[in-house]
Design a binder for this molecule. Structure first.
Ligand SMILES: Nc1ncnc2c1ncn2[C@@H]1O[C@H](COP(=O)(O)OP(=O)(O)OP(=O)(O)O)[C@@H](O)[C@H]1O
Length: 708
């Protein structure tokens, strides 16, 4: 190579592998029928080109001049020429079922509203709205095979994946055109033919691998599938991903060990593969995995992308930071990003030609992926270690050189139109809403019963509390003194059942939030189906608690012994528990996180208790607090319980009571004295039912619309 003058200022950052590693390169390539490292590098004597300049800040004259690119082109014409290709596969062939094309895509983030407000009101500064640019006027296409989106940290890899998968945050703006098989597309259409695996593995820890895949199959496979067909599909996916041996092992939680990290990642991929997507996006699939597991996983992806498994071939796009050489060589094509710009796009093997032509051939024994990134990543200044630094201009010239040696990419937005018919025919209907509710209900029950110690503990606590309250007010009797003891006993029942119910569900939505948002984003089920299944399951699990509480407590205290009064008491306990649960569900749906929910819940419970009708009789409530009435489920439970217990109650009076003129002979008189007669028992039931419905509707709106 003639370009001796093009000295890379980066030798200090080049990694050299030892002989042993080099040997393993060759073996690996032999395994996968890919070219050997030596094949790729054999045309160049690059070692001479990578001598470190005397002054690391100086770039060779040929490099820093404006004529650099032309000179390089001339030099490169003596080398093996390369054509600009989009993919190693012929996009028009039947093997490629999906073509994704994007042109002049720019992604910007809207400024934070608060920040914008404060900037706008500064009188001395002219307000110029600033939008951070994440991707800058990029064009490209993805058509078949296994793709890597590489680049330094913060270069925009995840942003590109999210843009193509229509999964960007609401505060982002996308300009430009994106086409799927020649037609504009949206998230709803894409999620029916594409899968997306996020970086973090979010799964139900208490379900086994097979159960996890089976529930996903039930929710995502078209309604025309029979159960045996679904089982067959799950079996195929387990086999394709090498998960058959762990099919009945639980996924696991931080406290209960389950499958390994690599297997978790495979389960996440498997969930997306169940409906045989044509396109699969994977955000950093190897993060957190050891090198052997990561390589194993990528080999699986390679097999899937080349149709070597039982499934049809699927186009796979992975964002990946700095893969080891063996992994890098499994990729067919590459998109190299830096600061929101594409520096290279095309077949992986051609990337080395581009770099070589630009004057940066890959040194021997160097991981090509490391080399690609080393050249475009400016080394950080380190005064202690004396790391060589390159000026921003020099770095920009390097990037420009790499871009300029590539012929311009001509993008045809109509590419893949002929594949559209096949794509449409694969859009089958998912299970009905009712079926989704049924499946999610079964899943929720299975999860809950796997954590049965929580249910058992709450039942035991209920019995203990009922016995404690019952013993404190044991055999309450009919004397005048019993009146003042009846009120706190009834009030305490309302407060206790409310707190128990609320605490049981306060974690329900936040703990599953990330998982359900992800499942909904991939079109697994409707938010309403999830919400309905969740509240049915929570309610059914909760019903025994107030019933057990009432049975244990009612007879210990000795409230009026008639069947009607007992059942009404139990019914009020149930309504109270459901009302408090509804309030907690509303708070947990709106607050989004467990931390925030448990911070807000005590305030709501305290307000309900304070205005619960016991500390401040309803008749004496100041007018300006009247609106808080509506917030207190405790009040309607307490007043309802009091009316139920006091109506028809005959009280005994001693002579002393009569002498002091403090004798109340019937419960009705006491009701009037305390002002409980402002409402009827039916009224209390109606208000509590309204409260439950109101809170649940708003909780649903929170679950449905609060996504960030
Ligand atoms: N919603 C957002 N608001 C503001 N900045 C954002 C937003 N999303 C991404 N960014 C910024 O855009 C840049 C690109 O982010 P992105 O996550 O795409 O990078 P990446 O290449 O995937 O990085 P990494 O390899 O570290 O995961 C980063 O500087 C990031 O801070």
């Amino acid at each position: 190579m003639e370009s001796k003058g093009v000295e890379s200022p980066r030798k200090s950052s080049v990694n050299n592998y030892g002989d042993t590693e080099h040997g393993s390169f060759t073996r690996h390539y032999d395994d996968t029928h890919l070219p050997t490292l030596n094949e790729e590098e054999s045309t160049n004597d690059y070692t001479t080109n990578l001598s470190v300049p005397g002054n690391s800040n100086e770039l060779p004259s040929s490099f820093s001049s404006a004529s650099f690119t032309e000179q390089q082109h001339r030099q490169s014409s003596t080398l093996k020429p390369f054509e600009r290709q989009l993919s190693i596969l012929d996009p028009m062939s039947d093997r490629v079922s999906t073509i994704l094309v994007w042109e002049n895509i720019t992604v910007q983030v809207r400024p934070n509203k608060q920040k914008e407000f404060f900037q706008r009101i500064k009188p001395y500064k002219k307000f110029v709205p600033q939008r951070k640019c994440l991707l800058n006027n990029i064009s490209g296409a993805i058509a078949g095979g296994l793709w890597a989106v590489m680049g330094p940290s913060g270069s925009g890899k995840s942003t590109l994946l999210n843009t193509l998968a229509c999964r960007l945050d609401v505060n982002t703006i996308v300009l430009g055109e994106m086409r799927l098989n020649g037609a504009p597309y949206d998230n709803a259409e894409l999620k029916r033919i594409a899968g997306y695996v996020m970086q973090s593995d979010l799964l139900n820890g208490s379900l086994t691998v097979e159960e996890t895949l089976m529930y996903t199959a039930q929710l995502r496979l078209p309604r025309t599938f029979t159960d045996p067909e679904r089982k067959e599909r799950v079996k195929d996916v387990l086999a394709d991903l090498g998960l058959s041996h762990v099919h009945n092992v639980i996924v696991g939680t931080p406290l209960k060990k389950g499958i390994s990290g690599g297997e978790r990642k495979r389960v996440c991929v498997g969930m997306q593969l169940l409906n045989r997507p044509q396109l699969l996006f994977l955000d950093e699939p190897t993060s957190g995995l050891d090198s052997v597991t990561a390589l194993d996983l990528l080999r699986t992806f390679h097999a899937l992308a080349h149709g070597k498994s039982q499934a049809k071939s699927v186009t796979i796009v992975c964002s990946i930071h700095q893969p080891q050489a063996k992994i890098f060589n499994l990729f067919d094509s590459l998109i190299l990003l830096k600061a929101g710009h594409v520096l290279y796009q095309g077949p992986r093997r051609q990337a080395m030609d581009v770099y070589r032509t630009a004057g940066f051939p890959c040194p021997i024994h160097t991981n090509p992926a490391d080399h690609l990134l080393d050249v475009i990543t400016p080394p950080r200044h380190n005064p202690v270690l004396g790391t060589p630094t390159i000026s921003l201009e020099q770095q920009a010239a390097i990037d420009e050189a790499i871009i300029k040696v590539q012929p311009p990419l001509s993008i045809d937005l109509s590419m893949g139109e002929n594949k559209r018919l096949a794509q449409m025919s694969s859009l089958l209907h998912n299970p009905t809403w009712l079926k989704q509710v049924q499946i999610l209900l079964r899943r929720t029950f299975q999860e809950q019963f796997r954590q049965s110690q929580i249910i058992i503990t709450s039942l035991v606590q209920t019995i203990i509390m009922a016995i404690l309250i019952g013993t404190v007010y044991l055999r309450i009797g009919n004397t005048q003194k019993s009146i003042v003891r009846r009120e706190p006993a009834l009030f305490f029942c309302a407060v206790n059942q409310g707190i128990f119910g609320a605490l049981m569900v306060i974690n329900s939505f936040p703990v599953e939030r990330a998982l359900t948002l992800r499942e909904r984003a991939s079109g697994t089920y409707y938010a309403s189906a999830y919400f309905m299944a969740k509240i049915i399951a929570e309610t059914l699990i909760q019903i025994p608690v107030p019933i057990i509480f009432s049975c244990a407590l009612y007879f210990l205290i000795g409230f009026q012994l008639t069947a009607g009064k007992f059942f009404l008491f139990t019914f009020f306990m149930l309504l109270c528990s459901l009302a408090a649960t509804s309030l907690a569900l509303l708070i947990s749906a709106i607050c989004k996180t467990t931390d925030m929910s448990v911070t807000v819940l005590p305030l709501a419970l305290e307000v309900s208790r304070l205005f619960g009708g016991f500390f401040l009789a309803p008749s004496r409530l100041p007018k300006y607090f009247a609106w808080l009435d509506a917030l207190s489920y405790v009040k309607y439970t307490f007043v309802g319980l009091a009316l139920n217990e006091l109506q028809g109650l005959t009280l005994t009076c001693t002579d002393a009571d009569r002498t002091n003129a403090s004798c109340i002979e019937t419960g009705e008189l006491f009701i009037i004295e305390r002002g409980y007669d402002y409402i009827t028992i039916g009224g209390c039931i109606g208000v509590l039912l309204g409260y439950i419905i109101f809170c649940r509707i708003f909780a649903y709106l929170g679950v449905r619309f609060l996504k960030s």
